[in-house]
Design a protein around this ligand. Structure first.
Ligand SMILES: Cc1cc2nc3c(=O)[nH]c(=O)nc-3n(C[C@H](O)[C@H](O)[C@H](O)COP(=O)(O)OP(=O)(O)OC[C@H]3O[C@@H](n4cnc5c(N)ncnc54)[C@H](O)[C@@H]3O)c2cc1C
Length: 249
């Protein structure tokens, strides 16, 4: 059955980092927007007279998804991008069309011993959306381990970093690692490492018998990481991925 397409109105817009904004939409009819943390929606908008469609992961930290009436996502602008230009310039009150939810980058019913979440840039969105659920799971199961590895070029591009750092302080079992490929801060904190996300892979000592690995964001990062983890005998059962592929239309 095709997913219904709803008119949505932009309610809020905020800058997360240079070139990255978070947009929050509500349905025009104020209907419920239901999804599982980790899923994405398709947004349709008009660009230079043509209908375009792009996908965006839900990023909202929603406690009660059954009564949820908002869809938020974070977009990083790319040069000459249709959606980039549209979403950077759209203003609260303007409308778009939305369909979904789609995707299976979701949490299983039963937890592994450890989750390893890996992202580049806005690929961290699904994991931020999972935070209320992950916190509940850590409270119910104090043995559950969670490692989040996020790759960006510079410290300025780290989005939601303060929330992940706060979680690391609150839960001994939650660890956050920020990897900077181009620039390190003058005095790096414990969670800050030079290089791409793969610098953390060896250090985490992944174990396919105990861990569940999630990959999200840049398609080459996802492909390279899949190759790396597959060599350690991770399979589709414990290696989940979402590639932020560019649209061709
Ligand atoms: C399942 C899914 C979920 C996604 N979720 C998100 C999300 O939460 N946040 C988000 O920002 N994006 C997300 N994306 C990517 C998003 O759908 C768009 O592809 C992205 O915003 C660029 O669209 P655009 O119209 O601005 O660029 P386009 O008009 O499609 O492309 C313009 C030019 O930029 C190049 N380009 C496109 N994307 C990139 C890139 N990332 N890096 C370098 N060059 C690029 C293209 O090759 C092209 O030359 C997701 C993609 C998928 C498939």
């Amino acid at each position: 059955m095709p997913s219904p397409r709803h008119t949505v109105i932009l309610m809020k817009k905020r800058t997360l980092a240079p070139g990255t904004v978070e947009l929050t939409y509500q349905r025009e009819d104020d209907g419920v927007i239901s999804y599982l943390p980790g899923q994405f929606f398709s947004l349709d908008f008009k660009y230079k007279g043509e209908e375009k469609s792009r996908s965006y992961s839900a990023v909202g930290r929603v406690d009660d998804l059954r009564n949820n009436r908002e869809f938020s996502f974070a977009i990083t602008a790319v040069p000459n991008g249709a959606a980039s230009e549209y979403f950077m310039n759209t203003k609260p009150g303007e409308s778009a069309k939305m369909s979904g939810p789609f995707g299976a980058l979701t949490l299983p019913r039963t937890d592994p011993e450890r989750y390893i979440f890996i992202a580049t840039g806005t690929g961290v969105a699904p994991y931020r959306a999972m935070l209320p659920d992950l916190e509940r799971r850590m409270q119910q199961n104090t043995d559950l381990q969670i490692s989040l590895v996020m790759g960006v070029r510079t410290p300025e591009e780290l989005i939601y970093g303060d929330e992940f750092i706060a979680l690391e302080k609150e839960y001994a079992n939650f660890s956050f690692h920020a990897c900077y490929s181009r620039k390190m801060p003058a005095s790096p904190a414990g969670h800050e490492k030079p290089g791409r996300v793969n610098v953390m892979f060896e250090a985490l000592k992944p174990d396919s018998a105990k861990d569940m690995v999630y990959l999200c964001g840049n398609p080459s990062m996802v492909d390279d990481s899949v190759t790396w983890f597959t060599e350690l005998e991770f399979t589709a059962k414990n290696l989940k991925r979402e590639k932020y592929k560019f649209s061709t239309f």
